[in-house]
Design a protein around this ligand. Structure first.
Ligand SMILES: [Zn+2]
Length: 285
């Protein structure tokens, strides 16, 4: 993996790779109810396909993501209408259908996206509306509506990376149950129209090594989102420098290391345009 950072610019076949990953994780999640597959799905959603350049009218298509250490760049593929021009639109349906999983005893909330789902619980029709600007914000809100009240369980995915600031409130009252990262949290009660779940997800900054053999070749990650360095990237970086990053102005999704004109800017893949970037950094020491 680490060697590929110098040897290729065809790092990840983005629409087809993401489509395949979504398909596999959707079935695995349905069968196992293991929240790790949901964690994996959202990582691929935010860090690959959500940052793909749009398909153009003549079939010009984004194909490979470039993670080369010598400045990556978003470019279009040489051929018109390749495989990735078909899987890209399929994915735009997939992340919606993978957001919720109704089950006999309730509903699983897997993805935190602005959305609405309707399903039948004990023969009562329920609608759940989710409002959020996740993953830019670290909160989401679920609002329930139904003609009658029924007893069932809402399973909320607690990402494995979530820290101690994570918590759930129902109608403004903090849930006492232990919140375990890497599991679904079961919220069992009689759900009625107007019930509101507020979910705050503690989203720490962390550094992830590209593989076990290269512990000092790392990407910066916040919650589910990888942060790509852009602009004047210093030749030398260390762990504490990167982890000292703070959120930039409220209107941007950028993170900043150092507060002056020579600051290092870190940006989600979806917010990267035509500027060169670097995903993996070789740290000193
Ligand atoms: Zn393809």
């Amino acid at each position: 993996m680490a060697a590929s950072l110098n040897s290729t610019r065809s790092s990840f076949e983005t629409p087809c790779g993401a489509y395949g990953q979504f398909k596999i994780t959707r079935y695995l999640l349905r069968v196992t109810r293991d929240s790790r597959y949901g964690d994996s799905m959202e990582r691929v959603l935010y860090n690959t396909i959500a940052g793909a350049k749009p398909i153009l009218a003549d079939g010009t298509t984004f194909y490979y993501s470039d993670y080369n250490s010598d400045n990556g760049k978003k470019v279009y593929y040489k051929d018109k209408w390749p495989c990735c021009s078909g899987t890209f639109p399929q994915l735009t349906a997939d992340y919606g259908i993978s957001a919720y999983y109704p089950s006999a005893d309730g509903i699983y909330v897997n993805l935190f996206i602005p959305s609405r789902v309707s399903w039948s619980q004990n023969k009562t029709q329920y609608t759940l509306t989710q409002q959020t600007s996740y993953p830019t914000s670290n909160t989401t809100e679920l609002l329930f509506d139904s003609a009658r009240a029924e007893n069932f369980t809402v399973y909320l995915r607690i990402p494995a990376w979530a820290d101690a600031k994570t918590g759930v409130s129902i109608n403004g009252k903090r849930v006492e149950a232990e919140v375990v990262p890497g599991k679904f949290l079961a919220l069992s009660r009689t759900w009625k129209a107007g019930d509101r779940v507020q979910f705050e997800i503690g989203m720490p900054l962390r550094l992830e090594a590209i593989d076990e053999q290269n512990a000092n070749t790392v990407a910066m990650v916040r919650g589910p989102v990888a942060l790509f360095a852009v602009g004047d990237i210093p030749a030398k970086l260390n762990r504490s420098q990167l982890l000292s990053a703070t959120a930039a102005a409220h209107s941007s999704q950028d993170w900043v290391v150092g507060g002056d004109a020579r600051s290092l800017i870190l940006r989600p893949f979806a917010a990267v345009g035509d500027e060169p970037y670097r995903l993996y950094h070789r740290l000193e020491g």
